[in-house]
Design a protein. Structure first.
Lengths: 340, 308, 325
């Protein structure tokens, strides 16, 4: 069990995860000469002050394009990498800085599913071994009992006949089967919270629905909460309860699914939604045009970081960095223009 | 009543124990067949392994196979060229070259095998630990390794043998020291890339301890490269051992040894006796070639190739 | 009736591997009109990339075209000699590769890529002229012309892909084949690139072949669509037909599994089973193990391509003569 710390007062009982001004900066490597000539250190501000909370049992999606920091946020939340700043609360207990042992105990409650179903398995380990390994690591089960649990969880995620798959190596299975095995591995410890990092983006289109449906079923049976990370907003719309749109390390809009899709307020969200291909022939959609390219995360624009691409940018946008503000029930936007 | 899964589980474990015994035998022949199927690379491995095994067998069976006592003086006329009675000729002490060639591989093989074992035992764990830990420790150890690596191998081996003295074990240690950096480098580059893979991340995400990650996730994936380096290392060790013996740093004279015959044969060349140096030299080349072929073939087989 | 720009006739491409012969493309025929956008849709293993590469005879070893013809503007592509083929590539038909990260030479400036391309096909053009054309092409694809003296690593992924497209249209080819042009890109850039391809098609009158696994893109932007499965063409029809009246069960399954953001409360349906193993194809129709309505005949015989409507071809016994559709 996690060591009992003082219960935080500003965290609601229903929130399984709360993240407060979370930051992760990566130092930019400099060449030897540069190190001698310049003093300033540059950082890639991958996650730059992100705050949100996830309610028990919901599917909360972090959506955005590549480089926006969503994957890094996912890894921070399960403490795979240490944060540079900010706080993380899991089940009302602060987990931002935990010692080794406590972290290991935490991993029984929070798990992560990775994007690439092939690379996330040790090519020299049989699937049965790989899926059962967490049980060994945490000394929960060995030998016969471990084998029994592995078979059970494999059946549960739809890998049947489970017996046959125990001795297969990852390269002998298809992408869809591997991702199911990844879920089995994540769930064998019966966690409460699962981060799913782009779980279907590397899987064939015809298999995606099956995996997504599996995730939804498992949520019911295992009482899970998901943090779903994706760049595909169409899938986000299908699976999420609430969505947060990220840009260059910050959340620009957050709300429940219907609100975000029917009434996107932030210009970036509008552009993103208008760019999604709709599978209808000759569909002429009104597109919100964005100027220019995404700035580098080393040189984030001052004030509102989106201003360099926004058609409505004003003078204040250069100076004032907008905060995430509640504009209507369960709808938050970070934009200087909506503050009036 | 045991559940279906429990029954399967029991049966499974019993079957696994049986399987292990069977698999070692039944895998050999199909293993060879599957090697041949892998094309040129497979054939290289088979050919190379064949050469090596042939030499080992000949050396081991030398008491039975050699027609004369290899150290026996004057079993034949001194310095006689290859003839029916002495197919490889005789040296200046009247010893039969054929017998000497058959029996001369012992020292070389011992030195080579010993040095490779020492190299693996030292180089692999060192490489694993250093590169996974990273930081200052890694830089320090890498610096040492690079310095050793920068030395010309044979010269370093000579220097070490001078310090340590003669003998099979000392030769093996000198050669091992020279080649440990090669293992270190290969392991290090492998570990650095494997460290970043998602499956190592997944292991960390599951809460695995550092030594578990190293032993069950990283080490098994470096074994192909270790195998390749080891085979090439064998070839190098043999040549270095021959070199050491050639300049007189080898073992004592009574034991028949190709390296010694090389030295002797070089001195005898001006008098026209080409056979003393040639045949032992050929054997050294063949043995080194066998290992190199194996290494080449293994390297091609074990390196992942892009599939369509 | 004007002759089509390009005709592909009974094309078969096989990979002769040590494990066996793999038919990546099996007896494919279609035609391409001027200024038409053709979408080729399929999953991994369907053979779509191989098909694209075979159009310019660039199928990598151990693959080879074993049967069939490709006729472009009256010339048979596969029968051309080396030099003529080289002239054809780049000038008449151009290929945009999938990965913009590695398709540009990292030690050459962007301008140098254009100069090399233009001067190879039109040696009389001077370096200055070629650079001028390069600058105009960059502007056409929405990149500032100063970028012509940058190196590839100084450009983002989206910009590199646009450079690839600019290179593809530099010699004003009649056909551009784009293999997964937007898979490695974000959705906003993706939309820009696809718009760009369409705009260029309209401006230069070239035909566009879009090869992708993303059915949404293809439905939205092509005139006709080929759906491929395990090397076979399973459906070939105008995109409006595919959308409103998909006939092959695989196409229907694909359509039901794409999330559409304009629909509320969409229920997605999965296609059962897994992608086929090309070394172990099932007997009969290649899709029957995953088909919700496979019957006896499907397991025994492989269905031929059946015409079932104007310009609508399906490889399925459901539409064979004598059956009610």
């Amino acid at each position: 069990m996690l060591p009992i710390r003082r219960r935080e007062k500003n965290v609601s009982q229903n929130e399984i995860l709360k993240v407060d001004h979370l930051k992760k900066y990566f130092p930019v490597e400099k060449s030897f000469i540069e190190k001698m000539l310049t003093r300033t250190r540059h950082f890639v501000r991958a996650v730059d002050g992100v705050s949100f909370s996830v309610l028990k049992g919901e599917i909360f999606t972090l959506a955005g394009e590549s480089g926006c920091g969503k994957t890094t946020t996912g890894k921070l939340v399960v403490r795979l990498i240490p944060p540079t700043g900010g706080k993380i609360f899991f089940d009302n207990v602060e987990i931002t800085t935990l010692d080794h042992e406590a972290l290991r105990m935490l991993k029984r409650k929070m798990q992560i599913i990775f994007q690439d179903p092939y690379a996330s398995f040790n090519p020299r380990m049989k699937i049965g071994e790989a899926v059962g390994h967490p049980l060994e690591i945490h000394n929960i089960a060995k030998g016969l009992e471990k084998r029994k649990r592995v078979l059970e969880i494999l059946e549960r995620v739809g890998i049947t006949p489970a017996e046959k798959f125990l001795d297969l190596y990852p390269h002998q299975m298809s992408g869809g089967q591997r991702q199911r095995a990844a879920m089995a591995r994540a769930l064998i410890l019966q966690p409460e919270f699962v981060v799913a990092d782009e779980p279907v983006s590397m899987i064939d289109v015809s298999l995606r629905t099956a995996i997504i449906d599996l995730m939804l079923n498992l949520r019911k049976d295992f009482e899970l909460t998901y943090l779903f990370i994706t760049h595909d907003l169409a899938i986000a719309k299908y699976i999420s309860d609430r969505i947060a749109i990220m840009y260059l390390g910050k959340i620009v809009e957050l709300g429940d699914k219907e609100t975000i899709f029917s009434n996107p307020l932030h210009p970036y969200t509008q552009a993103l939604l208008s760019a999604i291909p709709v599978p209808v022939p000759e569909r002429i959609r009104k597109k919100t045009e964005l100027i220019g390219e995404v700035p580098s995360a080393v040189n984030i624009p001052s004030g509102c970081r989106f201003r360099t691409r926004c058609r409505c940018a004003r003078k204040t946008c250069k100076e004032k960095e907008p905060e995430l503000i509640l504009v209507s029930p369960n709808h938050y936007v970070a934009c200087n223009l909506t503050e009036n | 009543m045991p559940t279906l899964t429990q029954e399967y589980a029991c049966r499974g474990i019993k079957m696994q124990k049986l399987k292990i015994k069977k698999s070692m035998l039944s895998h050999l022949l199909p293993g060879l067949a599957s090697l041949a199927k892998r094309g040129l690379a497979g054939w290289l491995v088979i050919l190379g392994a064949g050469l090596v095994i042939a030499v080992i067998v000949i050396t081991v069976l030398s008491p039975v196979l050699s027609p004369y006592n290899p150290s026996g003086l004057n079993v034949g006329p001194r310095l006689s060229p290859p003839s029916f009675q002495f197919p490889f000729g005789t040296d200046d002490l009247g010893r039969d070259m054929l017998s000497r060639v058959i029996s001369g591989g012992g020292i070389m093989l011992q030195v080579a095998i010993l040095s490779v074992i020492v190299c693996v035992i030292i180089g692999v764990p060192l490489g694993l630990f250093s590169s996974y830990t990273g930081g200052v420790i890694d830089r320090f150890i890498s610096l040492i390794m690079d310095s050793v690596y920068a030395f010309p191998g044979l010269i370093l081996a000579i220097a070490l043998t001078v310090v340590l003295g003669r003998g099979v074990i000392n030769m093996a240690i000198s050669i091992a020291v020279v080649y440990v950096p090669s293992y270190f480098r290969i392991i290090r580059s492998q570990v650095l890339s494997i460290k970043e893979t998602p499956y190592v991340e997944a292991a960390n995400a599951a809460g695995a301890k550092k030594r578990t990650v190293l032993s069950r996730y990283i080490l098994p994936n470096t074994i192909p490269s270790i195998a390749v380096v080891a085979t090439v290392n064998f070839a190098d060790a043999i040549l270095t051992a021959a070199g050491l013996t050639f300049i007189g740093m080898g073992v004592s004279v009574e034991i028949p040894d190709w390296g010694w015959d090389l030295t002797n044969g070089r001195n005898l060349l001006p008098s026209g006796a080409w056979w003393v140096i040639t045949f032992p030299g050929l054997m050294i080349i063949l043995l080194a070639l066998g290992f190199t072929l194996m290494g080449e073939g293994l390297s091609e087989l074990l390196n992942p190739r892009l599939e369509q | 009736m004007e002759r089509p720009l390009m005709t592909v006739d009974a094309l078969t491409v096989e990979y002769w591997t040590r494990k066996g012969k793999i038919r990546a493309v099996d007896n494919l025929s279609f035609s391409l009109e001027k200024a038409e956008t053709l979408g080729i849709v399929g999953e991994s293993g369907s053979g779509k990339s191989t098909l694209g590469l075979s159009l310019i005879d660039l199928v990598p070893f151990p693959g080879r075209v074993t049967k069939g013809n490709i006729i472009l503007k009256g010339k048979e592509v596969l029968k051309l000699q080396k030099d003529n083929l080289r002239n054809l590539r780049g000038k008449e038909i151009c290929y945009v590769f999938q990965d913009p990260m590695t398709s540009l030479n990292p030690v050459k400036k962007i301008g140098a890529h254009f100069v090399e391309l233009i001067r190879t096909h039109e040696p009389q053009v001077t370096k200055q002229e070629a650079l001028k054309r390069a600058e105009k092409l960059l502007r056409d694809v929405g990149i500032r012309s100063e970028r012509v003296s940058d190196y590839p690593h100084q450009l983002s992924g989206g910009m590199r892909q646009r450079v690839m497209i600019a290179l593809a249209i530099a010699l004003k080819p009649s056909v551009v084949v784009a293999d997964e042009p937007t898979t490695a890109l974000d959705v906003i850039v993706q939309a820009k690139i696809l718009d760009l391809l369409n705009a260029l098609r309209d401006a230069y009158g070239m035909a566009l072949i879009l090869i992708t696994h993303d059915l949404s893109i293809v439905l939205q932007r092509s005139d006709r669509i080929i759906v491929m499965y395990a090397g076979h063409m399973v459906e070939y029809a105008p995109s409006i037909e595919i959308y409103s009246n998909p006939k092959h069960p695989y196409t229907q399954g694909l359509l039901n599994s794409i999330p559409n953001i304009e629909l509320a409360n969409q229920k997605l349906e999965a296609i059962s089973g897994s992608p086929p193993d090309l070394l172990n194809l099932p007997k009969g129709c290649r899709f029957w193990p995953r088909c919700y309505c496979a019957f006896e005949r499907c397991r025994r015989e492989a269905p031929p391509l059946i015409k079932s409507g104007t310009e609508h071809f399906t490889r399925c016994f459901l539409y064979a003569e004598g059956r009610k559709t």
